[in-house]
Design a protein around this ligand. Structure first.
Ligand code: ADP
Ligand code: MG
Length: 323
């Protein structure tokens, strides 16, 4: 089983940012309203995620490190039908198999918590913990036992930017949750968690930028679209500032990106991209994920219809004189 976990880790845990993504998604799934991520050496030395979510019950703690023990759903096509982000029950076992993992958790229903320590996926200790509701997971010395994986990490700066990227997107997807990112003891990002998407945009891209974002809105029989797009003058040299969310889940989709650019028409120069956050609500039957566990590429039915909706909503918002 230890080896199977390490093999799965190759899929799920490509880099420190993958760990951050999986841990924070678990915190979101647990109903947290406040999530704090603290990292050292771009996550290779330490990734600590603290949340105020439901916590794990005692009897579930050891199970959480076992593959598929907790899988919430059975097939990938169920993915968009469920509310939670995790679905394979292999993130924690995979992460644990390539790190030193400490899990402190307590569930409001119980009067004490649990502290677990595992090395390379092997549980070394489980002991009771004084009550505090929520979960703290510390992942130390990531890839300490997989030197090949460690060697593949070339620049700490690049890893750090992957981590900030993930947290930015999760913050944009969840304005109702307060996210904090601390790097080497210094606060990098903090969102208010008051549900206001424009404020999240301000926390990430700056207040001046947030003021130059236009609200968009669109609706038809199959899709509901909301979000913000930047005025053309804020254009960027790459598409990293475009965030697409489908039913609250961050996705990548080439055609939808193109629909955004078409909404700008000739307001943008060739090779320039806007800052945009598009949140699309759809009937789960119209979306499917492909099989890769990082599950970002999404195939959509009625893609053309959605493209028209996006292009039209952006064109309308940019044509209006007022914000
Ligand atoms: P899943 O695919 O179910 O998310 P994971 O391996 O990511 O699988 O997590 C295993 C299980 O551990 C989850 O299903 C959940 O029950 C529990 N868990 C993990 N992190 C947390 C957390 N921060 N708060 C509460 N429960 C958690
Ligand atoms: Mg998960």
């Amino acid at each position: 089983e230890a080896l199977a976990n390490q093999i799965a880790a190759g899929e799920v845990v490509e880099r420190p940012a993958s760990v951050v993504k999986e841990l924070v998604e678990n915190s979101i799934d647990a109903g947290s309203t406040k999530i704090i991520v603290s990292i050292e050496e771009a996550g290779l030395k330490k990734i600590e995620v603290t949340d105020n979510g439901s916590g794990l019950e005692k009897e579930d703690v050891a199970l959480a490190l076992r593959r598929h023990a907790t899988s919430k759903i059975k097939t990938a096509s169920d993915l968009f039908r469920i509310r939670t982000l995790g679905f394979r029950g292999e993130a924690l076992p995979s992460i644990a198999s390539v790190s030193l993992l400490t899990l402190e958790t307590s569930n409001a229903k119980e009067n004490s918590g649990t502290k677990l320590f595992a090395k390379g996926g092997v549980i070394e200790s489980i002991e009771p913990l004084a009550q505090r509701v929520g979960t703290k997971i510390v992942v130390a010395d990531l890839f300490y036992n997989t030197p090949a994986r460690l060697k593949y990490i070339k620049s700490l700066q690049a890893e750090l930017s992957h981590i900030t990227d993930i947290l930015n997107r999760l913050s944009l997807a969840h304005p109702e949750i307060s996210f904090t990112l601390i790097n080497e003891g210094r606060e990098y990002l903090k969102t208010a968690g008051n549900g206001d998407l424009r404020q999240v945009i301000a926390s990430i891209y700056g207040i001046a930028t947030a003021k130059k974002m236009r609200q968009i809105q669109g609706e038809d029989l199959d899709f509901e679209l909301t979000g913000y797009v930047s005025l053309p003058e804020l254009s960027r040299a790459n598409r990293n500032y475009i965030t697409l969310l489908i039913n609250g889940r961050f996705i990548k989709n080439f055609l939808l990106n193109r629909a955004i650019l078409e909404g700008y028409g000739n307001r943008l120069m060739v090779g320039r991209f806007p800052i945009a956050v598009l949140s699309i609500q759809i009937d789960p039957h119209l979306a499917d994920v492909n099989v890769h566990p990082t599950k970002q590429e999404v195939r959509l039915s009625k893609e053309r219809e959605l493209m028209r909706l996006i292009t039209g909503a952006i064109d309308t918002a940019l044509s209006q004189g007022v914000l």
